[in-house]
Design a binder for this molecule. Structure first.
Ligand code: CS2
Length: 440
């Protein structure tokens, strides 16, 4: 039996605390993967449970029809399993109303963003989804080509302006440094090329707040779906599993109404930068190092790599001695405690988080995770032995027979094939743009 036919939930499973059928959609989310379903959709579900109205989510997949096929037959419903050392907890999320596939029905996506009831368009399109080329500038050819977030948002903004509707908030929930400002700059480059008449309206009416989003969400496996089925008594093709921990820090700068996420655990702040920088350089920086060093030592999961006595001290050093000193902490932000908490989360044996999932798209992740830390130390003349080991492990990984899933895969393979790999990757005209430069 499919989840949608379930007439009553088991007592242990919490369901939506509001009338789903009475909610309009206020949010369009582009990139409705497991991460969104386990993170922002849960906060939004909670916000509606706490009395917020009309914050239903229309999910969009840019290319693949997989999530639509999982969720639409279930009326958008799915479960989130929080796996902790103390056991797991399942809940049913009702915030997602439907999933559109942009490559199949582009106009529906534009209409959803242009609807008067929509106030927020949020994004988890991963680092490469922003289509940044050299120097972090928009790759305009890619942005105008096959389904890109820019095309849909650009067309919808034009429709909103013509209809005399207010602007909207574009909320990046990806692991980019300064994600709000980055999205704004990229969107402006697109508009300048395709809809120059919208630029002033965009600047005046729209907002792009920065966010720090955090929850570790491994790709769902068949075994996870079977375990959920046993607990739920029904088949949930859209199930996601995650850790108990969740954090969301959001810059409080919205164009119009927003859910009261701050009443359900999110932090709305004036400046996200210290949290975002700490997360990128400590959590994600450690993650990428664990991935390449761990895979090189034959591990499969994060909890195995962090449990390797040859790796743990490197990761401790990376977080505490290399990354933490580069962060201008906010009042009350305790980076030593943050590192302790991260080590515990990485060690969670209930969460089979694949190193190969993190190893994907290294070219898009490494600048903000490692190279900003290295640049900070470079100008001060200090070394980063752990990050140097991590870079060496990445190069070894690129040289190994692991499949390389990265938009620059071919160029990376070529760069590391012969001598001078460091120069070709990080030299003056190297493949990876960064403030940090190899000095020979
Ligand atoms: C991970 C992140 O896959 C990766 O590269 O580092 O997805 C990480 O799990 C999340 O950012 C945690 O919030």
């Amino acid at each position: 039996m499919r989840l949608s036919s379930l007439t009553a939930l088991p007592a242990s499973v919490q369901g939506p605390g509001y009338d789903r059928s009475a909610q309009a959609a206020g949010i369009v989310h582009i990139g409705i993967g497991a991460f969104h379903r386990a993170h922002q959709a849960v906060y939004t579900d909670d916000a509606m449970g706490a009395g917020g109205r009309d914050w239903g989510i229309i999910g969009v997949s840019l290319r693949s029809g997989d999530v639509a096929a999982q969720l639409n037959p279930q009326d958008g419903l799915y479960t989130v399993g929080a796996l902790g050392v103390q056991g797991s907890k399942l809940r049913l999320i009702g915030a997602v109303q439907q999933v559109l596939v942009a490559s199949e029905n582009p106009q529906a996506v534009i209409d959803a963003i242009a609807a008067a009831t929509t106030h927020i368009v949020s994004f988890t399109v991963t680092e490469k989804g922003y289509l940044r080329g050299p120097g972090g500038m928009l790759d305009l050819a890619a942005a105008q080509g096959a389904p890109s977030l820019y095309r849909f948002v650009g067309a919808a903004l034009a429709a909103r302006k013509v209809a005399g509707l207010p602007g909207i908030t574009l909320l990046s929930c990806d692991n980019l440094a300064g994600n709000g400002a980055a999205l704004k700059a990229l969107m402006r480059q697109y508009l300048a090329a395709r809809h120059p008449d919208l630029l002033d309206w965009f600047d005046a009416e729209c907002r792009c707040p920065a966010t720090m989003i955090d929850r570790i969400v491994p790709a769902t496996t068949d075994a996870d779906r079977a375990a959920v089925e046993a607990m739920l008594g029904a088949r949930d093709e859209g199930a996601v599993v995650t850790e108990a921990f969740s954090q969301w820090v959001i810059e409080d700068d919205f164009a119009g109404p927003r859910p009261r996420w701050e009443t359900v655990g999110a932090e709305l702040v004036a400046d996200v930068a210290p949290y975002e920088t700490a997360k990128l350089r400590m959590l994600n920086g450690a993650h990428s190092a664990l991935a390449y060093i761990g895979l090189g030592r034959g591990h499969e999961f994060v909890h195995q790599a962090i449990g390797d006595p040859a790796i743990l001290p490197l990761i401790e050093r990376l977080m505490r001695d290399e990354a933490a000193p580069t962060i201008d902490a906010a009042p009350g932000q305790d980076l030593a405690a943050y590192a302790d908490a991260l080590l515990n989360r990485f060690a969670n044996p209930a969460l089979d988080h694949r190193l190969s999932q993190i190893a994907m798209d290294g070219s898009q992740k490494i600048p903000q995770r490692w190279l900003e830390t290295l640049a900070w130390h470079q100008v001060r003349g200090s070394r980063c032995l752990s990050l140097e080991a991590a870079i060496a492990a990445w190069i070894e990984f690129l040289r190994s027979d692991h499949p390389i899933d990265d938009p620059l895969a071919d160029k990376l393979r070529e760069a590391v094939a012969g001598p001078g790999a460091m120069e070709l990757l990080f030299g003056k005209n190297g493949l990876i743009a960064s403030e940090w430069r190899l000095v020979s």
